[in-house]
Design a protein. Structure first.
Lengths: 158, 224
């Protein structure tokens, strides 16, 4: 009898939601959990930076205008601390300047509130796929001894 | 004082109010959208049969109702602000005007982590003046302190009424920080508006500013 191969467990996507609108962020978290994502929430930029020092989410969904640190500053810090984390901006305020700045700093995408849940899910999955692909490509180069190229891929340099 | 500079500054103030308002409304709509979406998700998953499921749905519908009430309250404030601009002179309650401003700019002030407090006199009559100019004046004085105060500071707006004049005092409480952030309203602009309104400005300390404005009291004969 043919031995049954163990099913490969699909990696769950870890998402951190950062927004000072508590009602919004908690409801959104509930909806994303129903879609099988592992979701945590924090309510300002400083909490987000403390969180990522302990835990590495795959994707962060980040608001811009929050009390204290502005989302753009938070994005800049995230990329300094853990470059591989993908960041999607989700804001009710964003200007063209913010969008340009977010892109320059390595933000994955820029969405406006209120956003469609299917669109947000698609962007989270795309961001996660890109993160995994980059890690795998970097690992291939590192195995071949090309550490410079591996580093460039991780840092998303051209 | 250049006329263009004055107009630009007032338009920037109105632009600030409108952009903060639309930001707030986008957030309210996002909450409503996610709440309705969550009910849809629960129905699609068939989570509607038990008593516990129904309780969860009732909780969400109650939060939608609360959110709509908050949004209506917020829209009323913009409505009042808009009416204040319709005519150069109108009869209004200055405390309501200041409240309007505080609610409309709440998100902008919260971002600075500064608390705006009021200390209103109990005997303020209905006055006949230009509400937009007075709101702009208060914004100018508050904005100046918002840029210079550290987080967790407070700004108190105090009002008095005596001898057909109203007094508005802005009292900052907290640590000062170095900043090169630009303000919408420069000193010469608000001083010009005070002059236009026939008022005066005085400073008790380096930071505590009082403006005194002569006002006509509203009487029903002015309505005719």
């Amino acid at each position: 009898m043919k031995k049954k191969e163990p099913m490969k467990k699909k990696k769950e996507i870890k998402v951190l939601l950062v927004d000072d609108e508590i009602a919004f962020v908690n409801t959104l978290a509930q909806r994303l959990r129903l879609r099988k994502l592992l979701v945590d929430t924090v309510y300002d930029g400083e909490q987000a930076l403390t969180y990522i020092k302990e835990i590495e989410p795959d994707v962060i969904v980040l608001d811009l205008k929050m009390p204290g640190l502005h989302g753009i500053e938070v994005l800049r810090e995230i990329k300094k601390i853990k470059r591989a984390i993908q960041v999607i901006i989700l804001t009710g305020y964003g200007t063209d300047k913010d969008e340009e700045e977010a892109k320059k700093l390595g933000g994955f995408d820029f969405l406006h509130k209120p956003a469609d849940i299917d669109l947000l899910m698609r962007k989270i999955k795309e961001a996660f796929s890109e993160k995994i692909e980059r890690a795998m490509t970097a690992a291939t180069f590192a195995e071949a001894g090309d550490f410079d190229e591996a580093r460039k891929i991780i840092k998303k340099e051209k | 004082m250049e006329y263009d500079e004055l107009i630009t500054s007032q338009l920037s103030f109105i632009g600030k109010v409108l952009s903060v308002f639309s930001h707030e409304i986008n957030n309210h709509l996002a909450i409503l959208k996610e709440s309705v979406g969550l009910i849809g998700d629960l129905i699609e998953l068939g989570k509607t049969s038990s008593r516990k499921d129904l309780k969860e749905i009732l909780k969400i519908t109650q939060s939608i109702k609360n959110q709509i009430e908050q949004t209506t309250y917020f829209c009323d404030k913009l409505n009042g602000f808009g009416h204040g601009m319709e005519e150069p002179l109108s009869a209004f309650n200055i405390h309501k005007s200041i409240d309007e401003l505080m609610v409309l700019l709440r998100r902008f002030i919260n971002q600075k982590m500064i608390c705006l407090e009021k200390d209103f006199t109990a005997n303020m009559p209905l006055i006949y003046s230009n509400p937009l100019k007075i709101q702009f004046l208060i914004f100018c004085l508050v904005e100046k302190h918002l840029k210079r105060l550290d987080k967790n500071s407070r700004i108190i707006i105090k009002t008095v009424y005596s001898n057909d004049s109203i007094g508005i005092t802005i009292i900052p409480k907290g640590n000062l920080i170095e900043t090169d952030e630009e303000v919408i309203c420069k000193d010469e602009i608000y001083k010009h508006i005070i002059k236009q309104l026939g008022g005066s400005i005085s400073q008790k300390t380096a930071d505590e500013t009082t403006i005194m404005l002569p006002v006509s009291l509203f009487s029903s004969s002015k309505q005719k």
